[in-house]
Design a protein around this ligand. Structure first.
Ligand code: CA2
Length: 159
């Protein structure tokens, strides 16, 4: 039997393209400005540019956001339930603490890919546990900004 391709609902599309929310958590606005040895020299604006280029190539509309506030991130994840076809998320330090974000991601019922710039498993042990992973289809870490592109490629195949 021919495989049926799932079409995103209209609220999950911008024009004719499926929308992917790319959400960034606390302190990621500091990228490229501090700690280049851990996080590299590229800024969050550079990461956004990479995501937009990948989105154009993959046929995805990218909605790229950053917040330092857990509640705002939870609001955006809730919004993604009706407006996005998938979520790429680097929750920053909330990765290791936020049950609220995990609950929101589970409730969103969308494919989620978790991204980290650094290899969290080569760092302090408190970074080895992620609440976000419990809601994620997959996790990419340690490849710097390229991890966002890999996440979008993985999502494009799922959506
Ligand atoms: O590796 C990642 O992407 C992290 O999500 C980054 C978070 C960290 O808490 C996670 O354990 C791993 C921290 C983001 C802070 O980024 C900064 C960038 C430049 C200067 C200061 C902070």
């Amino acid at each position: 039997m021919a495989q049926q391709r799932k079409q995103p609902k209209s609220g999950e599309r911008k024009g004719s393209l499926p929308v992917v929310y790319v959400l960034n958590g606390p302190n990621l606005n500091m990228l490229g400005l501090r700690e280049p040895t851990i996080y590299g020299k590229e800024t969050l604006a550079d990461v956004e540019k990479l995501c937009r280029a990948a989105g154009s190539r993959l046929g995805l509309a990218i909605d790229f956001r950053q917040s330092n506030h857990e509640g705002e991130l939870v609001d955006w994840i809730q919004e993604a339930r009706s407006k996005a076809a998938g979520i790429v998320i680097n929750a920053g330090a909330y990765t290791h603490t936020s049950v609220a974000m995990l609950d929101a991601l589970n409730a969103a019922e969308k494919p989620v890919v978790e991204v980290h710039l650094s290899n969290i498993f080569r760092r302090e042990s408190f970074r080895h546990h992620s609440y976000i992973s419990l809601a994620a289809k997959g996790v990419i870490c340690g490849f710097g900004p390229k991890g966002y592109v890999l996440a979008l490629e993985a999502l494009a195949e799922t959506i």
